[in-house]
Design a protein around this ligand. Structure first.
Ligand code: INI
Length: 157
């Protein structure tokens, strides 16, 4: 019985998009650094990665959709930081970005990775952006490489 599994070595011609939001940029820049470092570790050249910045996490889905629809990318990595303490709109923004990203992924068939922190405090965000709890940007980027490989195996075109 065939078993399909994506490896963490990027296909030589694979291209990736990263969408990063500027809100809480001190955090999202660290997520971006982690994502870029992880892609490089998985064999992705710098020229094979395009980065788009948008104002806040709420705008991420439409940027991801626009990039996914170009057909240029194997996967899109979304990076943001929504902090509960900073906004009474936390639930709207975090729900909107999570649901939007999921919708883009299913509508386009392009893997869209959720590297958006939804946390209670800025300290929790710092922990997840490179300190004790790892770097969620790097995790999302590794997931993008795995998904790129997996979908290339599963497609029969
Ligand atoms: N955007 C974030 O990415 N994180 C936040 O914590 C945040 N807060 O706190 O409000 C935030 N707001 C901006 C939002 O994403 C949109 O850019 C804005 O509402 C304009 O549509």
């Amino acid at each position: 019985m065939p078993v399909f599994e994506g490896t963490l070595v990027a296909p030589p011609d694979a291209r990736f998009a990263i969408v990063a939001s500027r809100f809480n940029e001190m955090i999202t820049q660290r997520l971006l650094n982690g994502a870029q470092a992880a892609l490089a570790q998985h064999g992705v050249a710098e020229e094979a990665v395009d980065v788009a910045w948008c104002p806040g996490a709420f705008e991420i889905p439409v940027v991801a959709k626009t990039m996914a629809e170009t057909g240029r990318y194997d996967a899109v990595v979304c990076l943001g930081a929504v902090v509960r303490g900073a906004t009474p709109h936390f639930d709207y923004i975090s729900g909107g970005v999570a649901g939007g990203i999921q919708q883009v992924m299913l509508d386009t068939g392009v893997p869209v990775l959720f590297g958006v922190l939804t946390v209670d405090t800025i300290e929790q965000a710092i922990e997840r952006a490179g300190a004790e709890a790892g770097n969620k940007g790097a995790e999302a980027a590794s997931g993008a490489v795995e998904m790129a490989n997996l979908l290339r195996q599963l497609r029969v075109d």
